[in-house]
Design a protein around this ligand. Structure first.
Ligand SMILES: NC(=O)c1ccc[n+]([C@@H]2O[C@H](COP(=O)([O-])OP(=O)(O)OC[C@H]3O[C@@H](n4cnc5c(N)ncnc54)[C@H](OP(=O)(O)O)[C@@H]3O)[C@@H](O)[C@H]2O)c1
Length: 236
């Protein structure tokens, strides 16, 4: 699809990957970018249009879809880590909140904007997923489960929106250098890299973005058996 001349909405566009998405869209010629954010005052970029949108509030998603009725690209980027819930102890609050934002939030925004995209010719819906969509994470199980649920939702949306001509794109990445992953000491890619690869996928009508090598290897490994074959060298 053409990014040039498009009108986009990016949730959580005030910082991190969302901000990089907004910048990339403008660099690629989008005529307008709405930043769907909890606090419009937190949007520092002057060339985006701030729109109040807490994705956990379906009524705000519907209101945003009424205001931003010219949108042709929706990027569901807003997400949280669901910290504070370990596998073995403590309250489930963090994991529940990760489901609320990452899964139900994506669902609410997609529901609200699907008719807008249909009305404007189909367009594209992009969901910011993760390598953790495919593998459990003992250190952050709630986040991984919410990303797995969001991946399933992305697949359902892809099938359901095909008829109205909406391209549904899932973006998977390992660690990206933002506030969300500040706690981890590991190789990270830049938010700008994630955004640019996503622009390329949109421009070439591709449904999936596997941003980094670890993500590509993880997806390929899903076809391997969980248990080593008897007699294989790995059982030695
Ligand atoms: N960083 C990574 O390693 C990594 C890897 C793979 C995938 N991802 C995914 O990439 C996306 C962006 O993450 P990030 O790394 O850029 O994180 P980040 O720097 O922590 O930014 C998160 C963004 O989401 C917004 N947000 C949180 N709850 C919201 C809500 N209820 N309604 C609207 N906006 C909300 C935040 O807004 P406030 O400023 O108001 O809090 C902020 O703009 C997430 O979906 C995350 O799961 C991240």
């Amino acid at each position: 699809m053409d990014i040039k001349g498009s009108v986009a909405l990016v949730t959580g566009a005030n910082r991190g990957i969302g901000r990089a998405f907004a910048r990339a869209l403008i660099e690629h010629g989008a005529s307008k970018v709405y930043a769907g954010v909890r606090d419009p005052a937190a949007v520092a970029d002057r060339d985006v249009t701030a729109l109040r949108l807490d994705v956990t509030k379906p009524e705000e998603a519907l209101e945003a879809a009424t205001v931003a009725d010219d949108v042709t690209i929706v990027i569901n980027n807003a997400g949280i880590g669901g910290t504070g819930t370990s596998l073995w102890e403590g309250p489930f609050d963090g994991a529940r909140q990760a489901m609320e934002v990452n899964y139900f939030g994506t669902w609410a925004v997609s529901r609200a904007f699907a008719p807008v995209l249909a009305h404007n010719g189909g367009g594209a819906l992009v969901n910011m997923l993760s390598l953790a969509s495919w593998v459990g994470r003992p250190r952050f199980p709630g986040y991984a489960a919410a990303k797995a649920a969001q991946w399933s939702l992305t697949d359902a949306l892809r099938q359901a929106l095909r008829e109205q001509g909406t391209l549904v794109v899932g973006v998977h990445a390992g660690f990206v250098d933002t506030d969300l992953s500040a706690w981890v000491d590991a190789p990270k890619i830049s938010a700008a890299d994630v955004a640019e690869q996503t622009m390329q996928a949109l421009a070439h009508d591709r449904s999936e973005v596997l941003v980094d090598e670890e993500t590509r290897q993880t997806k390929a490994a899903l076809s391997q058996p969980l248990d080593p074959e008897p007699g294989s060298s790995s059982t030695a």
